[in-house]
Design a protein around this ligand. Structure first.
Ligand code: ZN
Length: 56
């Protein structure tokens, strides 16, 4: 049995993930299954969430 990494790469999976919206802050694509948030209809990605934190 032979397992090839190239046959199951993350990138391959990522390309097939459905884009459900764009981050309101940075404009990046938000894919189905991503760690992301929806504030009153605006998508915010996980990276930008800290930008909305009042105290850090
Ligand atoms: Zn963002």
């Amino acid at each position: 049995m032979e397992l090839s990494d190239s046959m199951y790469s993350y990138r391959y999976e990522y390309d097939y993930a459905k884009v459900i919206g764009h981050c309101k802050n940075c404009g990046c694509n938000i894919h189905e299954g991503d760690e992301a948030y929806n504030f009153f209809g605006m998508y915010i990605c996980d990276d930008c969430l800290l930008d909305f934190k009042i105290y850090s």
